[in-house]
Design a binder for this molecule. Structure first.
Ligand code: ADP
Length: 375
């Protein structure tokens, strides 16, 4: 937008007409004071400024706006009878550019100058934008690098902890074997097994991450009974957590066409998170049902819950809620893998949650594929 400042209405009209005819947007002011008000309110690419005006003259206007942040990139073309004075003002004004045209105005010269200023303005905007994008990209790299470093450090720690336990138990095992103490040997062997299972799960998760990165996480689909799968997971968890009450609500009796091992992995992940992030509760609700053309499954806990802004982020790779990350161990990759698995099945994943009240993680699986045999 161009601002024409001139106290002679005829000048304004003729300048406005020519500029508008050439596709420029034009605003006008008939005094220095009015111009200042306008410049305070919006940014102009260019101001065409009559030097000789009653009241505030063109130079005064230019000097005043040299301090306005809104006019930082604004260029000025003075319309002046004498050219010498223009040089004086250029020193004080560090804007997008200054020029002058002697009166009477040669419209061709004016248009040429206006077009040049516009081109410079557009080029400098494009450059600024490019710079901004580059800066953002660098920041985003930096951020990814930081997250990766943090992940490597947590992952090494998570792998080292069960490894240290295994080492310790093996030393103890040697002693109980020497003593021929079968009962203690059995108990210690089972502890070693637990730790090895932990290591195995961690390594499997890490392998899944690299499969996702390289697009190699593939599904091995077949028809399977969904409810039977849920029952299996519940049975295993009930054995390892005898003090927790798993309340199963509803069921989905039909068959699903999908990768049962991967779906089991998601269900198990929801359940282990429900156990981990609700340390003071001993109840978990499991819902499954048919909802129109898809199966719905959810795991609800009564634990720490989460704030609204974290509900999407928890499915991001390496994301862990900062406030609770010290209190609970983890790598921040389980839900990311779950999301990938569910999305590969064309399903949806999400969470309903209130801080302090608990979370309900859910997924849906579509039933309307040709291969489905839903009963
Ligand atoms: P991890 O538990 O290993 O950190 P996840 O990917 O399973 O990784 O979960 C990501 C983050 O989501 C967790 O660090 C935690 O902050 C949050 N979260 C997951 N499940 C729950 C839950 N049931 N209740 C509250 N927060 C949860």
């Amino acid at each position: 937008m161009i601002l024409i400042v001139d106290d002679t209405p005829e000048n304004i009209i003729s300048l406005k007409k020519v500029l508008e005819k050439n596709g420029f947007e034009v605003d006008t002011a008939s005094s220095g004071e009015e111009a200042l008000k306008k410049i305070l309110n919006r940014s102009y690419v260019l101001i065409i400024l009559d030097v000789q005006m009653p009241g505030m003259d063109g130079f005064e206007v230019a000097e005043t706006i040299s301090g306005f942040s809104k006019a930082k990139e604004t260029a000025i073309i003075f319309l002046s009878a004498a050219s010498a004075n223009v040089n004086l003002i250029t020193r004080g004004y560090s804007s997008g550019g200054l020029d002058y045209i002697s009166k009477p105005v040669d419209m061709n010269v004016l248009l040429l100058k206006v077009k040049t200023f516009y081109r410079i303005y557009e080029q400098s905007r494009a450059l600024n934008k490019m710079q901004e994008t580059l800066r953002e990209e660098i920041e985003y790299r930096k951020e990814a690098e930081r997250k990766k470093d943090e992940f490597i450090s947590i992952a090494s720690h998570e792998l080292k902890t069960p490894m240290t336990s295994v080492k310790g138990y093996i030393q103890l095992l040697e002693r109980s074997i020497e003593k021929n103490d079968i009962e203690t040997t059995k108990a210690r062997l089972s502890k070693v097994q637990n730790q090895i299972e932990k290591l195995n799960n961690l390594i499997a998760d890490l392998l899944d991450i690299s499969k996702i990165e390289s697009g190699k996480l593939k599904l091995n689909k077949k028809h399977f009974q969904f409810d039977a799968l849920v029952e299996d997971v519940l049975e295993i968890l009930q054995q390892s957590h005898p003090d927790v009450t798993f309340i199963k609500k509803g069921s989905f009796e039909g068959k699903i066409y999908g990768d049962d091992i991967r779906i089991e992995q998601v269900i198990l992940n929801f359940m282990t998170n429900a156990l981990k992030y609700a340390p003071d509760s001993n109840e978990i609700h499991i819902n499954s049902r048919r909802e129109g053309d898809h199966a719905y499954f959810s795991v609800k806990d009564f634990g720490i819950g989460m704030a609204e802004e974290n509900k999407d982020k928890v499915f991001n790779k390496f994301y862990r809620i900062e406030e609770t990350s010290e209190r609970f161990q983890g790598l921040g990759i389980g839900l990311y893998i779950c999301k990938e698995i569910i999305e590969l099945h064309q399903g949806e994943i999400g969470v309903n949650s209130q801080p302090g009240e608990g979370s309900e993680f859910y997924f849906t699986l579509p039933l309307n594929t040709e291969q489905d045999e839903n009963i």
